[in-house]
Write a protein that binds this ligand. Structure first.
Ligand code: HEM
Length: 385
């Protein structure tokens, strides 16, 4: 009889575990809540053995027999139920309750395995609420078209926040360029003083520019119709027509480079051993390239014999001789400052340009050198004396 009673008790316990009636789960919940309030970090499986009714260890052994009876009575459940009483889901659910302070719904508790379910979907949006306040701040700044600003959800707000930083400044308006077209002369002038950088980017996209007119460095004559893009120094219509001459064969710039570029080239027109001379103004003014004399020219404080270069000068002999017998530095710079005269005339270097006092000694030395060589330049030097 005792055995039968025990078996009945065990059977009832097992049945309770399997069926999990509603009142039992609520009972467990309340128990676990009390326990969790006492100490928060608590393993979920702790309260289980307390709640269980007094179960002697012997019962486990006997329960196998009683199991068959239960099958006959109610449900056909395999041996799992006795071997391992399933850990009740309520503990895990209770943990969630501590955070949300809400009681879970009863029908959801029927799940055997606890699943993460959004108990309060309305509360799970704090991440979006953070980005929301940024929208009203930046929308007035950007002034975007209606496409992006109309329907902006919280997710797209991040993209909208990135766009203003990437956006370029407002494009140059064509209107001021057109308005500026009226004042033809002011085109070049306005670029230099005030808006130094702004007009430049406008130029390619702004359509026709105002007339460059006679101002600037280039547009000399009728520059009114032309002058779209090139700056004044590179205008399509040069101020003066090209004065370049047709060089005779064998006198191209490349030929001059080949002739004067040789290391041993000596085109000074002086005896080879003659040192660099101190050329005074009185000497220089006689070396004009006329009357059988060489043409000397001062460029940058140095005196060059430009005689051998005459047939190579792209500007022609008359132009080149304009600077002969004098200091042609200024004239040279006015016409073609980009020309590297130092390199081109290195083999033609006679000496340095000095004052009369400083050049007396040099004059005597040069005269002596000229007498010893008897060259044509020697005659010139004699005349200088
Ligand atoms: C100071 C006296 C000089 C005058 C008045 C003079 C004048 C000229 C002129 C009118 C031109 C033609 C420019 C054109 O294409 O329209 C020219 C071109 C040229 N001259 Fe002279 N020149 C002088 C001295 C020199 C000297 C000493 C050299 C050599 C170092 C030289 C080298 C050149 C070169 C290389 C060109 C061609 C430039 C170019 O095409 O860009 N010139 N010169």
């Amino acid at each position: 009889m005792a055995l039968l009673g025990i078996s009945l008790i065990v059977a009832s316990v097992v049945l309770l575990i399997l069926r999990r009636p509603e009142w039992l789960q609520q009972f467990w919940r309340s128990l676990y809540r009390q326990a969790s309030q006492n100490q928060l970090p608590r393993p979920p499986q702790r309260p289980i053995p307390r709640i269980e009714e007094p179960k002697p260890e012997d019962i486990d052994k006997v329960s196998e027999k009683k199991k068959k009876k239960e099958d006959e009575e109610r449900i056909a459940v395999p041996e799992k139920k006795v071997v391992s009483p399933p850990p009740p889901p309520p503990p895990t659910v209770v943990i969630q309750e501590n955070g949300t302070t809400d009681n879970p719904d009863s029908p959801r508790e029927e799940q055997t395995t606890p699943k993460a379910s959004a108990a309060n979907p309305s509360d799970s949006v704090p991440a979006f609420t953070l980005s929301v306040p940024e929208l009203p701040q930046q929308q007035p700044k950007v002034e975007e078209p209606a496409v992006t600003s109309s329907s902006l959800s919280t997710s797209t707000s991040s993209s909208s926040t990135a766009s203003p930083s990437m956006m370029m400044p407002p494009p140059p308006l064509p209107v001021p360029a057109a308005a500026r077209g009226g004042g033809g002369l002011s085109a070049n002038l306005t670029r230099q003083p005030g808006t130094s950088t702004l007009p430049l980017p406008n130029r390619p996209s702004g359509g026709p520019l105002p007339n460059r007119g006679p101002g600037g460095g280039g547009g000399g004559g009728g520059g009114g119709s032309g002058g779209l893009f090139p700056p004044p120094t590179h205008s399509t219509k040069p101020a003066k027509p090209s004065r370049a001459v047709v060089l005779t064969p064998g006198h191209s710039p490349l030929d001059w480079a080949r002739l004067s570029g040789h290391p041993t080239a000596d085109l000074r027109g002086l005896p080879k051993e003659t040192p660099y001379l101190r050329v005074t103004p009185s000497i220089l003014k006689k070396m004009t390239g006329r009357k059988g004399k060489d043409a000397w020219m001062v460029l940058g404080g140095r005196v060059y014999n430009i005689t051998p270069y005459i047939p190579f000068h792209p500007g022609g002999e008359p132009e080149l001789l304009r600077g002969a017998g004098r200091d042609g530095t200024k004239l040279f710079g006015e016409i073609h400052p980009w020309v590297n005269y130092e390199g081109m005339l290195a083999a033609c270097l006679v000496g340095i340009y000095v004052s009369e006092e400083d050049g007396e000694a040099a004059l005597a030395a040069a005269a002596a050198a000229a007498k010893s060589s008897g060259a044509s330049t020697g005659e010139g030097m004699d005349e200088m004396d």
